[in-house]
Design a protein around this ligand. Sequence first.
Ligand code: SF4
Length: 483
Amino acid sequence: MTVEQFDPNKTSPKAQSDIKQTTTLDTPNQVIAEQASQVGHSQTQGSRIGFVSLGCPKNLVDSERILTQLRTEGYDVVPSYDDADLVIVNTCGFIDSAVQESLDTIGEALNENGKVLVTGCLGAKEDEITEIHPNVLGVTGPHAYEEVLTQVHSHVAKPKHNPFTDLIPDHGVKLTPKHFAYLKISEGCNHRCTFCIIPSMRGDLDSRPIGSVLSEAKRLADAGVKELLVISQDTSAYGVDVKHKTDFWDGMPVKTHMKAMCEQLAKLGIWVRLHYVYPYPHVDDIIPLMAEGKILPYLDIPFQHASKRILKLMKRPGSSDRVLERIKKWREICPELVIRSTFIVGFPGETEEEFEELLDFLREAQLDRVGCFKYSPVEGATANDLPDHVPEEIQEQRLQRFMQVQAEISAAKLQARIGQEYLVLIDEVTDIGAVGRSYMDAPEVDGKVHLSDEFDVKPGELVWVQIIHADEHDVWGVKVDDE
Ligand code: SF4
């Protein structure tokens, strides 16, 4: 197995949703062993499951839920194929390379172990899996937690529940480092972007009750999580499917709405970072919360393009009208605001003029963090039927031109940070120093703050850092007193 962390800013950029967070067979075991020791117990000697998690943070959260349930029922999660009574592969099916990786991983698990259950996005295409791997024991689609457990029960005996050894932390099993966690607020999506097959795999928008979201957030904060990353397919649409109905949390009525959620999360006193926000008008209402320091002044908005015609062909949610004007207004209200976005170049029918329009937008918008990928047909996506597909070499040239423009913007923006001081959350301490992130950097996708020769800090610690050097992606700094 290989471990890879995909960094869309540094290597070949792809869609934001394609951020790969391959979690190998031994990672869940390590995390669970560490978490079990935190609650004073080791793993049991129960029935043994191997688990491989592929794909984006949303899939990672699904893996966490399945693992939490397995541990609650007393199953052991083991680090090798040989030790496992059965292996679960949680797949990704977003683009062709992710499908291939999922199929390869299933093949590897079958060769090495023989008893394999498949779940996750690719599971929505059962025929595609069973055609290549007819010996898998069962296939389920995304967020099918109960079905996965039912399948596990029918192949590996449910262990005898032991309330003393089966303890898991209140916050469940988390596959992220213990100082940050993904908080998934909804499943599915009501949009039908023509390049995307997620709605066909994950269904329409299905918002979690706000009380449940806030309870999970509180449990995580109580467990020492310092940063919550709010994720979904469309965070600004949160609650639309339930007409923003009122739920209760902590004895208070709270609406199932993005703003109400942000206001409540702000009370936890930890970093709250919003991902996958679409530029609907009500996004304007959360900028003041950022200006007041209640949630991080960071917005991850996948704009995807700037040309009206291309956005229409993409069937993108949210109007592109006046986006620049709105960004300007947001920055007036909250000057520290950092905006991350992703774009697609070489979409079918994209002309040179429309691509130039995108570059102009980039120069004008001065976005802080940007990922870009060349359009590639995904099986089942309606954009495949559009005429005038852009030849690969032109796509490649446009990608390079795009990245060059953005690299200059990013470099200038980071240079301007030199001399400033920022609160930095330490992620790790290596043999050359510490590495962390400021509010400007989401884990895995953005840059890092390097503290060379700094060993007197711990992962999860927040320290003040003065920036002394920058390239177009990362910054370097020194620890300063927290005045
Ligand atoms: S908003 Fe568009 S790209 Fe995002 S999940 Fe929904 S359909 Fe896919």
